[in-house]
Design a protein around this ligand. Structure first.
Ligand code: RB5
Length: 150
């Protein structure tokens, strides 16, 4: 069986958490596509958000994880890419809802906010939960319409 593919990227503030989560994903049997950064020297988070988001939007990578200091910048940047539903999650409930109701295809995390263990639990829930469809699909279709110009 081929490995499940997931993308990951961070800026310098998210780098330590990205490395931690990457190790967990590999242990869980994922093939991890790492879009950087590769050290803690200051970089610009939109570059990394875009590198991953365009692959997810293009269907080359089913979903991904973005980490910056707060997760806010990554989510703002990733959500500029059509087809991306990037969710900034800070606990297991928001991670679950982002999958059940929003069909989030990118998880954004704050590396300066979350302890590694918290982030691990959030990621676990996010990977295991699925989209519920129904009325939630109708709402996502409305978001798609906004993306296409309203
Ligand atoms: C970098 O200092 C910080 O601004 C960035 O990691 C992120 O938190 C932006 O939203």
């Amino acid at each position: 069986m081929s490995k499940k593919l997931i993308g990951i990227a961070s800026d310098h503030a998210g780098f330590p958490l990205k490395e931690f989560l990457k190790g967990l994903l590999v242990k869980r049997g994922y093939e991890v596509a790492d879009f950087g950064c590769s050290r803690e020297d200051s970089v610009d988070y939109p570059d990394y958000a875009y590198a991953l988001a365009r692959k997810v939007a293009g269907g080359e990578i089913p979903r991904g994880v973005l980490v910056c200091g707060t997760g806010i910048g990554m989510s703002i940047a990733a959500n500029k890419v059509k087809g991306i539903r990037a969710a900034l999650c800070w606990d297991e409930y928001t991670a679950k809802m982002s999958r059940n109701h929003n069909d989030a295809n990118i998880l954004c995390l704050g590396g300066r906010i979350l302890a590694p263990e918290q982030a691990k639990q959030i990621l676990k829930v996010w990977l295991e939960e699925s989209f519920q469809g129904g009325k939630h699909r109708r709402r996502l279709e409305k978001i798609g319409k906004i993306e296409r110009g309203g």
